[in-house]
Design a protein around this ligand. Structure first.
Ligand code: AMP
Length: 115
């Protein structure tokens, strides 16, 4: 199920532009439009799930697949050895702005600890 007013659903359908790095039948990955590091990629399931708070046990294979894609892209982008951050924001106080589940893959510079 996809949502017509969701920007990530629009990107997935090819109706909005994005720099796409990876696509398969279950997920896509594209560059963040406002990167906070040299590598800032969003890993997004095609299925519209609002956030990690909506994830259920039946999504477990999909979530594992998203993490594997992140690891693949990190290797592809040359940051796997150096390390990176993989994070998903949940809800307004969690800093979530787009309510379509996604992981941020952030790296290519030294990141500070969270907090
Ligand atoms: P979050 O705050 O975790 O929901 O993250 C949303 C991210 O999506 C932000 O880092 C935005 O810069 C990014 N973003 C918003 N619109 C687009 C877009 N059209 N293409 C690529 N990235 C986007």
């Amino acid at each position: 199920m996809q949502h017509s007013d969701c920007i990530f659903c629009q990107i997935i359908r090819g109706e909005a532009p994005a720099t796409m790095l990876y696509q398969d039948e279950r997920a896509v990955a594209f560059r963040d439009i406002a990167p906070i590091a040299p590598v800032h990629v969003l890993i997004v399931p095609r299925l519209h799930i609002a956030s990690a708070a909506e994830v259920t046990a039946e999504h477990a294979p999909l979530i594992g697949h998203l993490i594997a894609i992140a690891a693949h892209i990190a290797r592809q982008q040359g940051i796997a050895e150096r390390g990176y951050r993989l994070v998903t924001n949940v809800g307004r106080e969690g800093g979530q702005a787009i309510f379509h589940l996604h992981w941020h893959l952030i790296g290519g510079r030294q990141l500070r600890g969270i907090g």
